[in-house]
Design a protein around this ligand. Structure first.
Ligand SMILES: CC(=O)CC(=O)SCCNC(=O)CCNC(=O)[C@H](O)C(C)(C)COP(=O)(O)OP(=O)(O)OC[C@H]1O[C@@H](n2cnc3c(N)ncnc32)[C@H](O)[C@@H]1OP(=O)(O)O
Length: 355
């Protein structure tokens, strides 16, 4: 119902043409919009109806992803000891993690944690936390689930939210994390999380954020985001690779010495949260990456858009499909409000070439 806003339509078209996104998936349908006009009327309160819809939809979407992960892992859901659930789309208590645990039939003693409103770095943080839990609890098996439904932030067009409307999509991903010992019949690890760091860029709180109001969640994505990430990413990577070496906590694997300049970063495989096409372009440029290095991230962006915290799981899944082509060592990057950069040194135990 915004056909008269021709300038905004043209601008949205210009933005969409540059996103590198072909397809996105949404829980929200035309029928839901017809039934709930408050979702696009900015003056009407709509938070209640948005939350009423996501309270069921978010854990159910997470359940689909988690059930697949558990089936591939090959062990019963009752062997999950911890659950870490990241979402920006559902709030309430008892929270969506309990609902998910019930839907999956996890045991009543499962240790649950929900990460709320971490936005696009939620998936990276959930994986980092799962690693810490697994390493500190012998035999632990941590289910990481990330589910995002943009229905909480869908709204009528205004000049400030066009980029968010052009890039965000719905999705869920799940991973089982353990630190051994691995039992008979249990799949061997696909990726090892060797070392992780979280960096907050000082004085950038205003740059990236989500504000909750009576009419839903407003995204704020400042135009400087791609530049800021480009300027800071190499320092985060150097810290992560140095840190892992110093702590000697890598289970016997020796980290490659800090890499920089002269295309050295090309010796790694890359799992980068595709926050936006420009972000990937800037990372390519500052790290002097070869064209296919961010191929998994660009593929996920093209096929699903930016599913916030869930996206990194899709990227890891895509890399898993390309596993036979990967080098041994890799890096994972996720970004979100703060501005926060999650960096992780990864290892692919079955990687075919060595650094
Ligand atoms: C909240 C979380 O936790 C989520 C996270 O993942 S963080 C998400 C981070 N993602 C982003 O911030 C988006 C990154 N941006 C991009 O990928 C690109 O800028 C883009 C795809 C949006 C546009 O591509 P581009 O190469 O920059 O095209 P460009 O021609 O310069 O811009 C197109 C238009 O968009 C506008 N634009 C670009 N970024 C904008 C922004 N952040 N806010 C408002 N307008 C923006 C430009 O001003 C331009 O407008 P005009 O056509 O009227 O001149």
């Amino acid at each position: 119902k915004s056909d008269h806003l021709t300038e905004l339509q043209q601008k949205l078209t210009r933005i969409c043409e540059k996103t590198g996104i072909d397809k996105r998936h949404f829980h929200l349908t035309e029928e839901t919009l017809v039934a709930h006009p408050e979702l696009y009327d900015q003056d009407a309160p709509s938070l209640d109806s948005r939350l009423a819809m996501t309270v069921d939809a978010v854990p159910k979407l997470a359940q689909c992803a988690a059930a697949k992960a558990i089936a591939e892992w090959g062990r019963p859901a009752s062997e999950i000891t911890h659950l870490v659930f990241s979402t920006y789309s559902a709030w309430g208590a008892p929270s969506a993690d309990l609902r998910l645990a019930t839907l999956l039939g996890l045991r009543p003693t499962v240790n649950r944690t929900i990460l709320s409103l971490h936005g696009c770095y939620g998936g990276g943080r959930a994986l980092g936390l799962a690693r810490e839990l697994a390493e500190n609890n012998r035999g632990a098996r941590v289910l990481v689930a990330c589910a995002e439904i943009t229905l909480v932030c869908f709204g009528g067009p205004d000049g400030g939210n066009l980029v968010g409307h052009a890039i965000f999509g719905d999705g869920a991903g799940a991973v089982i994390v353990g630190a051994g010992p691995f039992r008979d019949g249990e799949q061997s690890p696909i990726f090892e999380m060797v070392h992780a760091t979280q960096t907050t860029l000082p004085k950038t709180e205003h740059v990236l954020g989500m504000q909750v109001s009576g009419s839903g969640v407003d995204f704020h994505l400042a135009i400087q985001v791609p530049t800021l990430i480009g300027q800071n990413v190499e320092r985060c990577l150097l810290d992560a690779f140095r840190g892992g070496d110093d702590e000697d906590d890598d289970g016997g694997a020796h980290l490659p010495s800090p890499l920089s300049g002269n295309g050295k970063w090309n010796e790694l495989f890359w799992a980068v949260h595709p926050g936006g096409r420009q972000i990937l372009d800037n990372i390519d440029k500052v790290l002097q990456l070869e064209p296919e290095k961010l191929g998994a991230s660009r593929h996920v962006l093209r096929e699903y858009g930016n599913m916030s915290g869930a996206t990194i799981v899709f990227v890891l899944d895509e890399l898993r499909r390309r596993r036979s082509l990967l080098p041994e060592w890799g890096a994972m990057l996720a970004f979100g409000p703060g501005v926060t950069i999650e960096t992780m040194v990864l290892r692919c135990p079955l990687g075919c070439s060595k650094l």
